[in-house]
Design a protein around this ligand. Structure first.
Ligand code: SF4
Length: 385
């Protein structure tokens, strides 16, 4: 039986040190702790979240999150509107939301203060609030990403025992795009779980289905991450339902399941990650399906930096999944995003390489990107050393 405990919290808005380059979020807001959907792979079971391993039965409902968020944003002198992720260690549209409406309360406040929003969910309940998100999309930017790991209903029931069916989730994207095409909506194909959801035909079918419902993107993440309590929980269920798969997991994650606690790798082996990424890139290309989300671009002096940061971070992602060196490209994008000064000023002064992580290769990339964005006259003045 699920119990709900209403609890007061001291703060409601988390401010990230650096932007999240997958979901483009700078902030996060959660109306709940714990998640009724109870996915057996959920990373929220990891020790760092300090939640009970059976957190699907013990839901903490935050008291008055909308009012708290309103206060916080109304008095925020140093905060500027940027993407707020509504997800984290819970699904913002888990069944509790039907009754408590914490997510809706926060969404209305974010709409009022004109903050862009990214929702990650597995639930059609998000459709209840589509008007609020449509308004946010018109005013700033909004993305609703729906997680679908497989279309196989038996495997989905094993992995995500209390979540809506894969078809309900696909239908949710279709409805969002029909009702509010301004909202970015697509599939989070993550995690891709070895042996259970990683067959090429399965992945291809899922991307085709996403295309069919009008998804704007499919974001994928090869390989399940595994650590401490979460890994123990997942492997306990795997052993019960698919014991034949255990040797393959031991090989991919380098552990011995007979040990009492998990001591294997966080990610599967590199060759596995590369193979799945390569397959996904081919599949997305064959369906002309983007695998990154178009980011929020503010209509103020930050715009150019954000545009260039997006391109650098997308490039870094591609390098990473191809097993190439990506760190400088990534960190240059992150620092450029946070920079107060506009990049074209730095560029005109010939000082791009004073930015952290801007190596000659990254500098060349920035110059090329600027070349596509700013006036040609400025480019001609610039001399690459
Ligand atoms: S829906 Fe998301 S947060 Fe909830 S249990 Fe599943 S993976 Fe975890």
């Amino acid at each position: 039986m699920v119990t709900f405990t209403i609890k007061q919290f001291k703060s409601i808005l988390n401010v990230y040190k650096y932007i999240d380059s997958w979901f483009w979020a700078k902030y996060s807001v959660n109306g709940y702790n714990g998640c009724q959907f109870g996915c057996i792979y959920c990373d929220s079971r990891s020790a760092k979240y300090h939640l009970p391993a059976d957190f699907e039965n013990d839901i903490i409902v935050k008291d008055q999150p909308g009012a708290m968020l309103d206060q916080r944003l109304a008095h925020a002198r140093t905060l500027r509107p940027d993407v707020v992720a509504m997800s984290g260690a819970n699904d913002p549209y888990q069944p509790a939301e039907k009754k408590f409406e914490n997510t809706l309360a926060c969404a209305k406040v974010l709409a009022k203060h004109r903050y862009p929003v990214h929702i990650c969910t597995k639930s059609p309940l998000v459709l209840r609030d589509v008007n609020v998100y449509q308004q946010i999309a018109r005013d700033t930017w909004c993305a609703i990403s729906v997680t679908i790991t497989t279309q196989d209903t038996d495997v989905a029931r094993f992995l995500e025992p209390r979540a809506p069916t894969p078809q309900q989730r696909l239908d949710t994207i279709r409805s969002i795009k029909q009702q509010a095409p301004e909202i970015n909506s697509g599939v989070l194909l993550m995690p891709i779980i070895p042996e259970l959801t990683d067959a090429v035909a399965q992945l291809d079918q899922l991307v085709a289905a996403a295309k069919d419902v009008g998804a704007d993107y499919v974001i994928f993440s090869p390989g399940l991450t595994m650590r401490d309590v979460q890994a123990d929980w997942f492997l306990k269920h795997l052993m019960r339902h698919y014991p034949n798969l255990m040797p393959r997991f031991e090989q991919l994650y380098k552990f011995d399941h007979r040990n009492p606690a998990y001591h294997g790798q966080y990610n599967p082996t590199g060759d596995y990650l590369l193979r799945i990424s390569e397959q996904m890139l081919d599949i997305c290309a064959s369906h002309k399906m983007p695998y990154r989300i178009k980011r929020f671009l503010p209509r103020d002096e930050r715009r150019l930096n954000y545009q260039i940061a997006e391109i650098l971070l997308n490039k870094a992602y591609e390098l990473q999944i191809q097993g190439k060196s990506w760190q400088d490209m990534h960190w240059a994008g992150i620092h450029l995003h946070e920079m107060k000064q506009s990049v074209d000023t730095l560029y005109a002064m010939g000082e791009l390489n004073s930015l952290r992580n801007v190596t000659p290769i990254v500098e060349k990339e920035i110059v090329e990107v600027l070349g596509r964005i700013v006036k040609k006259t400025v480019i001609d003045e610039y001399k690459i050393r």
